[in-house]
Design a protein around this ligand. Structure first.
Ligand code: HEC
Length: 157
């Protein structure tokens, strides 16, 4: 109960935030590729992952990752996917402890949902819960690369 309330208010906040963000990043297409111009509303950054990491959730996310993400991010999350060269993508290696250390779960969720730079948005094509499980999977991949601790991934309970 409490969880679904939290989730609902987060969704409401997020939709407010999204309408306020979004603008301003378009005037210079070259610049918009740089991370500086990509704004995620504070509400979205602060969003707490409502879905606890579980073997089932990770397994489901891993399937999606295989056909939706691995071609760019690489099956291991090292950023060495098949299309990286042809699409001239600049990828980061999630297994490097520093890559995602300062990125919150909320930000990862937002990027998966809205896309970023040359990464397309998943939007509602994937159910919200699955997108959060993708966040959990990204964290799990990152954790394998080092001793990455994600405070943001700590469950609320
Ligand atoms: C077409 C290639 C492509 C696909 C497919 C793709 N991404 Fe990305 N992704 C990128 C690129 C490029 C960036 C860096 C964007 C930037 O910073 O401009 C990125 C950034 C990210 C980030 C932020 C951290 C980072 O590495 O910069 C996360 C998290 C992420 N992607 C997750 C996913 C997930 C999960 C999927 C599958 C649902 C996915 N991506 C699918 C290309 C892709």
């Amino acid at each position: 109960m409490r969880r679904s309330f939290l989730l609902l208010s987060a969704v409401l906040l997020a939709s407010l935030g999204v309408t306020n963000a979004g603008q301003g990043a378009q005037e210079n297409p070259d610049k918009s590729k740089a991370t500086g111009d990509y704004k995620i509303a504070p509400e979205d950054v602060a969003r707490v992952n409502p879905v606890k990491s579980s073997p089932e959730g990770l397994a489901e996310a891993r399937k999606v990752f295989g056909y939706d993400c691995a071609m760019c991010h690489g099956p291991k999350g090292d950023g060495k996917g098949d299309v990286v060269e042809s699409m001239k993508l600049t990828m980061s290696d999630w297994r490097e402890p520093t890559t995602l250390a300062n990125v919150t779960d909320g930000e990862i969720f937002y990027i998966i949902t809205k896309g970023k730079g040359k990464m397309m948005a998943e939007g509602d094509r994937l159910p919200e819960k699955l997108r959060w499980n993708l966040v959990n999977l990204v964290r799990a991949i990152a954790a394998k690369g080092g001793e990455q601790k994600s405070a943001a991934a700590t469950p609320t309970r």
